[in-house]
Design a protein around this ligand. Structure first.
Ligand SMILES: CC(C)(COP(=O)(O)OP(=O)(O)OC[C@H]1O[C@@H](n2cnc3c(N)ncnc32)[C@H](O)[C@@H]1OP(=O)(O)O)[C@@H](O)C(=O)NCCC(=O)NCCS
Length: 177
């Protein structure tokens, strides 16, 4: 669960991937303010309260610093930036049944291109779960000494997390947040 560093000046294009997904009916776009309650609740149900809180912060920005993947009006995945901390990418997640289709990468690159456009030269992926995924898609490198990083001295939730409230999706224990 180390933090990882990404070079924003040396990234693959995102447009071809977004177009490929679009051809199969999957839309990658910035979440709208009017969708906040839907996106945050989806993140809570599928992932965790902590990620839902971080996602809410993304909706406090204008433009909203959260991208979503949708298909026929349903959310398939999300990704935030400048939420956990300034210059951090994450949290992000894709519904289990829709993984390995390129959705995670399209959301990731959409966020990182926005960060580059905002003037950042590097981004930090906070508390990475799948380090290989970030190394493979972006050439991200681990930041030494970043465990537990900002997640030290974390508050402990009082209520037990529900195991499967997500309408068919399996709620997951996230890597961070
Ligand atoms: C990580 C996650 C967002 C990836 O989403 P995804 O839609 O399956 O990813 P993609 O299909 O865009 O994968 C892009 C590439 O990374 C590879 N990849 C995907 N998940 C990977 C993993 N866990 N480890 C290594 N490589 C991975 C894919 O094979 C693909 O390679 P290719 O371009 O050669 O085909 C998704 O697995 C997820 O939601 N995980 C649970 C939440 C989580 O861990 N979030 C990250 C916290 S830091």
């Amino acid at each position: 669960m180390t933090d990882m560093l990404v070079r924003l000046y040396d990234m693959p294009e995102v447009t071809p991937l977004v177009q490929q997904l679009g051809d199969r009916g999957i839309v990658i776009r910035i979440a709208r303010a009017c969708e906040k309650h839907l996106v945050v609740e989806w993140v809570r149900e599928v992932f965790s309260d902590g990620w839902a809180s971080e996602c809410e912060v993304a909706f406090s920005h204008q433009p909203v610093s959260c991208f979503i993947a949708t298909e026929a009006g349903e959310i398939l995945g999300f990704a935030c930036y400048d939420s956990t901390c300034k210059n951090f990418f994450g949290p992000t997640g894709v519904a289990k049944i829709k993984r390995r289709l390129g959705i995670g990468k399209a959301l990731l690159l959409s966020c990182l291109h926005s960060m580059a456009a905002n003037g950042y030269a590097y981004a930090i992926v906070g508390g990475t779960g799948p380090a290989d995924y970030y190394a493979k898609t972006l050439g991200a490198i681990k930041i030494e000494g970043s465990v537990p990083g900002i997640y030290r001295d974390k508050l402990t939730p009082k209520k037990a997390e529900q195991s499967d409230p997500g309408g068919g999706y399996q709620k997951e224990k996230p890597a961070s947040g």
